[in-house]
Design a protein around this ligand. Structure first.
Ligand SMILES: [Zn+2]
Length: 492
């Protein structure tokens, strides 16, 4: 493939490059506007926003306890849960907006611990440009109120997070790792070279990742990201495809140490047992994929559990790639409500002619071979005490929001109880992303941030209830939701 440009390290050149990326990103946006129709706005903020909310007669999901407290009233003031009482017992205050839950279940808004806000989820052979704001709306529509994005290659990653926090942009609360660190020619360089449209590839490939091959390069890359205001550092230690370069242990350790020195935790993309051990020893804070390339030997399960760090298996993304060319992909309810029929149907087109299927044929074959061991690895790690967190790895085939719901079903099928599955996307996820044992969100308690999801049915009896969404409340604001199907004649 092509040679791998090294980034110049002088400050002036860095600033020059930054200015150039801004111009190029603007150019990309203009092309996007010219090439893609605007996507429907499937969520809106009410105007005016209510200052307080009273949810009447809800079953409140106690995520820590794994039970539903029947018939409760929940009062929200501003962005906080102000009071929780027995059904009908909380007095309405002037100006309050009342919602009769009628026995529906209230749970914390969901957290995607491996989302991507700047990628596109259409099949790679459709070649649609990403639409960040549409992605943000799609997460919210499906009840995802917080996203940890472990690799956002756009220069605005940290600014976007802050705009959402200031209420200037509608989206889930964001945590970002900015641009990831990988070996020269390591993942995702090869993937982008075939998956990105040719006319933007020259810009995307060098911009998507810091390609580092020495401790000095790793430290320089971490410094750039830390200066940009990221929340985490992400390293890739996995070969995709199998002949791609892999980060060496010395460079990996230097990256983790440099992140530590800036008060940042490191997230590791891994593939094999070797990668999981190397990153664990280097001191990363979490694995943001499962070991998906092989069955983990029994003795290694204990060794991995001893690191005491969580894993975000992202089973859905491996299934999605393994399914390429299989046909018969059935869209879920939330996918039909958030994505166009054309794009959903295109997943079942014959992709044999696509560059991705051709260039990655052996890799995709490996995924299909290893598919049976993914759930088993997760189940055994979970049984050994590894905290499992829910993340979708939003990208082609994994839709922003609906992808997390698919992941929850896969985690449950991998042996997590329904309560554990919900914790993986709420309380446990909140503890990890915030770094706090008693987080400000991810549970329903007086004083916590009012990121809430009201669903018909009880997800502790049937996880599918999570797709049956009546209300999504983010920072105390109940969103108006308009499914894509409702805007066309034949939604179904
Ligand atoms: Zn990812």
């Amino acid at each position: 493939m092509s040679d791998h440009p090294r980034h110049p390290h002088t400050a002036a050149l860095r600033r020059g490059r930054f200015a150039l990326t801004r111009v190029m990103s603007l150019a990309a946006c203009c092309l996007l506007a010219a090439c893609s129709a605007p996507r429907p706005e499937i969520v809106h903020q009410p105007d005016p926003k209510p200052t307080s909310l009273l949810l009447r007669h809800a079953g409140v999901l106690d995520v820590g306890g794994g039970r539903v407290l029947a018939d409760r009233d929940v009062l929200v003031r501003g962005d906080r849960i102000a009071a929780i009482g027995l059904g009908g017992q909380i007095a309405a205050e002037p100006g309050v907006r009342e919602i009769d839950a009628g026995g529906a279940t209230l749970l914390p808004g969901l957290i995607d611990v491996h989302g991507h806000v700047s990628l596109d989820s259409a099949p790679t052979w459709v070649r649609r440009m990403p639409d960040v704001e549409a992605n943000l709306r799609s997460y919210l529509y499906t009840g995802v109120t917080t996203v940890l994005d472990p690799s956002d290659a756009t220069p605005e990653a940290a600014e976007r997070r802050d705009q959402i926090a200031r209420g200037e942009l509608l989206g889930p609360h964001l945590y970002t790792a900015g641009r990831l660190l990988t070996a020269h020619g390591g993942h995702p360089v090869a993937l982008l070279q075939v998956a990105a449209p040719w006319w933007i590839r020259w810009y995307l490939v060098p911009g998507a990742a810091h390609q580092v091959g020495t401790p000095e390069e790793a430290r320089a890359a971490v410094a750039l990201e830390a200066d940009a205001g990221v929340d985490f550092i992400k390293v890739v230690v996995d070969r995709i495809p199998e002949e791609a370069a892999l980060m060496d242990d010395e460079t990996l350790r230097a990256a983790v140490e440099a992140a530590d020195a800036r008060g940042l935790r490191t997230l590791a993309h891994i593939g094999s047992v070797r990668d999981a051990l190397a990153t664990g020893r280097a001191g990363v804070a979490a694995w943001v994929h499962n070991v998906y390339k092989e069955r983990i030997p029994d003795a290694t399960i204990t060794e991995l559990a001893d690191f005491g760090i969580p894993m975000v298996p992202t089973l859905v993304v491996w299934h999605s790639y393994a399914d390429i060319g299989g046909g018969g992909r059935i869209a879920t309810r939330l996918e039909r409500e958030t994505e166009s029929v054309d794009v959903l149907d295109a997943f079942n087109d014959d992709p044999d002619a696509s560059a991705l299927a051709a260039a990655f044929a052996p890799y995709l074959e490996m995924l299909r071979d290893q598919r049976p061991i993914w759930a088993e690895n997760v189940q055994r790690l979970h049984a050994a005490g590894v905290t499992i967190l829910a993340g979708s790895d939003t990208q082609s085939g994994v839709l922003p929001g609906p992808g997390l719901h698919r992941e929850l079903a896969l985690l449950h099928a991998a042996g997590l109880s329904r309560a554990e599955t919900i914790r993986a996307a709420t309380l446990h996820a909140a503890r990890f992303v915030s770094g706090q044992q008693d987080p400000d969100f991810g549970l329903i308690e007086v004083g916590k941030r009012a990121d809430l999801l009201l669903v018909e049915g009880n997800p502790l009896d049937d996880l599918d209830a999570l797709s049956n969404i009546r209300e999504v409340i983010v920072s105390g604001v109940p969103l108006e939701r308009m499914p894509i199907g409702a805007a066309t004649a034949s939604g179904g």
